[in-house]
Design a protein around this ligand. Structure first.
Ligand SMILES: [Zn+2]
Length: 461
């Protein structure tokens, strides 16, 4: 073959190559290792990570291979249950601690319990569509728990907490380091400890020893919603949570964190002494909560959980069209060629669906000032940062239930004069579940239960 023909062949190959440049061999190897771990083929995953570390030592993938072929390491992850994009869900990440590579299938079996147990608690059943579950595969060299006279080599440093009942605890920074191996997370994890008793929770991490589902939910209450223990028995271990919504160190009805529930005279809620692991000097709202020995969260704890879910999840999952959400990208119409002679202008939102109660979608069309257009707060991962929404003047154009699905609004141009207009949809979660008299959330200062989207339209004369 002469050189000219080789050149021709090469350019023909380039021409037929796929649009995306092919993945590098190191990236392909990493992908294979992660796929093996996702399928539970941990021996194969480790072999591939070792190969990656050896053959591509200088590349970023090689560094990942090096880290993941350690004796205590993150190997990969898979979904245990996915309802939607992680960016708009609470990602409940499950990890195992003290599982050797030959015991990892036990961990996989155990991890499946988590998405089955969550919806047995009413608040997580109602908001099941707002949660994803992730199984992180973490291997340990040993399968013990420190604190019984011996130090074991494990990934997350589990140890007995020194409490009377020997509650298991883990090293939170090790857990948070493992979280960073995932493509996305919210800073929360459930750690299933192979050999451990009871559990501890706080600062985003629920460490669960033993196999009691109630412990799992109780520790998640600490980790996810900063809830404190409502039992009075002194268990001797220190709880990291301080100043949660469900325990008060003053008895005054007006100063307890749940004073708004007392003001509404919600039955069953009072100020009961004995909480936070002490019989006196700490008060709780009820005598029946899973943060004590009850089966469900009390209304005060449930409110905190619903608000925490709404901090991370926007009930509007999608909004279309996705352009025109700023005044500079306004849709431009002309009064001379009215819209009815063209395609109808339709705005849509897709909302998440709580299990048994509808969300309310209310549409407004408000006049905007071209000189000083409304500034819409940016959407932030922590929805608390947005702050309360301003009042909207004028009557809603459309009001209805958006029960998990698409809610649409058609803009009829003839109803509006030339000028700048803003179409606004506000979606609200009443948290009135199954027709309960009292909503699940009584106090929402930051308006977390309300979300909105805007589109701008300019009608030229
Ligand atoms: Zn409670």
């Amino acid at each position: 073959m002469d050189i000219a023909r080789v050149g021709l062949l090469a350019s023909a190959l380039v021409a037929f190559a796929p649009q995306d440049p092919a993945k590098s061999p190191a990236a392909q190897l990493l992908e294979q290792a992660e796929a093996a771990a996702a399928k539970g083929q941990y021996g194969r995953a480790i072999a591939l990570y070792k190969q990656l570390a050896r053959d591509f030592a200088q590349s970023p993938e090689g560094a990942i291979g090096e880290r993941r072929s350690q004796k205590n390491a993150f190997l990969g992850w898979d979904w245990l249950g996915r309802t939607g994009p992680s960016a708009n869900r609470v990602d409940v990440v499950v990890m195992g601690e003290g599982f050797r590579v030959d015991q990892m299938s036990d961990y996989d079996t155990l991890a499946k319990m988590v998405p089955r147990e969550f919806p047995r608690t009413e608040v997580f059943e109602e908001y099941a569509a707002y949660l994803n579950f992730v199984r992180a595969a973490i291997v340990s060299e040993d399968d013990g728990v420190d604190g019984s006279g011996r130090d074991y080599s494990t990934a997350l440093g589990a140890m007995g907490s020194g409490g009377i009942q020997g509650q298991v605890t883990v090293q939170r920074d090790a857990v948070h380091r493992m979280l960073t191996e995932l493509p996305e997370h919210d800073g929360f994890a459930i750690v299933l400890v192979k050999n451990g008793l009871l559990g501890t929770g706080g600062n985003g991490v629920a460490a669960v020893g033993g196999r009691d589902p109630k412990t799992l939910i109780h520790e998640w209450g600490h980790a996810f919603a900063n809830l404190m223990d409502e039992y009075s028995a002194n268990t001797g271990h220190r709880v990291d949570v301080r100043g949660g919504p469900n325990v008060s160190f003053v008895e005054d009805e007006k100063r307890v964190p749940w004073a708004h529930w007392l003001a509404e005279h919600v039955s069953g809620i009072g100020v009961h002494e004995g909480a936070n692991g002490r019989a006196q000097g700490a008060w709780k709202p009820t005598n029946n909560c899973i943060m004590d020995v009850g089966q469900e969260f009390c209304p005060v704890c449930r409110e905190a959980i619903v608000l925490q879910i709404h901090r991370l999840v926007d009930p509007i999952d999608e909004a279309t069209p996705d352009a025109h959400a700023t005044v500079d990208s306004a849709i431009v119409l002309s009064a001379k060629t009215p819209l009815r002679e063209q395609k109808p202008l339709t705005f849509r939102v897709k909302t998440l669906r709580p299990k048994s109660h509808p969300l309310q979608a209310t549409w407004f069309v408000v006049r905007d000032d071209p000189g000083r257009p409304t500034i819409v707060p940016a959407r932030t991962p922590d929805r608390l940062a947005r702050g309360p929404l301003p009042r909207l003047d004028g009557k809603p154009r459309q009001d209805g239930k958006a029960n998990g699905g698409v809610d649409a609004f058609v803009f009829e141009q003839e109803d509006y004069e030339p000028g700048l207009w803003r179409v606004v949809v506000r979606v609200q979660d009443s948290t009135r579940v199954r027709g309960d008299r009292t909503p699940w959330v009584l106090k929402d200062d930051a308006m977390l239960l309300v979300t909105e989207r805007s589109w701008w339209i300019r009608i030229d004369p």
